[in-house]
Ligand binder design. Sequence first.
Ligand code: G3P
Length: 226
Amino acid sequence: MKYLIDTANIGMIEKCNDLLPIAGVTSNPSIIKKEGKIDFFNHFKKIRQIIGSAKTLHMQILAQDSEGIIKEAHTILENVDKNVFIKVPATPQGLKAIRLLKQENIGVTATAVYTKTQGLMAMEAGADYIAPYFNRMENLDIDAADTIADFAEMIAVYGYETQILAASFKNIAQVNTAFKCGAQTATVAPDILLAAFAVPSIQKAVDDFDADWQETFGDISICDLK
Ligand code: G3P
């Protein structure tokens, strides 16, 4: 079970990478829009520098035809680094591109997955990750939990190496459901992840422990006791 963060915000990536056990960073053009007209390749090189080479970085192409997708993928790999996972929407053209990119041994994340067929075909095309859009599916009355459970079952039954990278969450309960249904990984906006720690009782518990210690030992810390 791995958490990735769905953001291109350098400050947030630094913060989450420092504090939380995250496994990587994902982005798409709508996420990049929030950062403005960034120095694209240098921005992502900086993200790679922050997260290091052991974590995964997923970047999306814009082209809609297989040839254009492959060209953009190579441009990203040449200008950021060879280990970037290329996010390709699971359209028919995208599926063709995924197959061809995998023949070159390039890491691929099939994205914009709303239906079972898209995900299953992306697995069959060799995608390393498939990204079902949990909240967007629920908005359309598509059963995201059932879809993810089916993907997990097919991966287990047929031995695909594809991992489910659940995405598009509006709250942490959806994230937990995705994991429960068998998603190995999930990419979550930092504010949703951090909100899970904003339950007032958590800080109150910490403050109560502190107050009890101080009542007992005053200003003496654990380190002072050695
Ligand atoms: O990673 C995909 C995700 O960014 C889509 O999320 O919130 O735009 O539905 P959202």
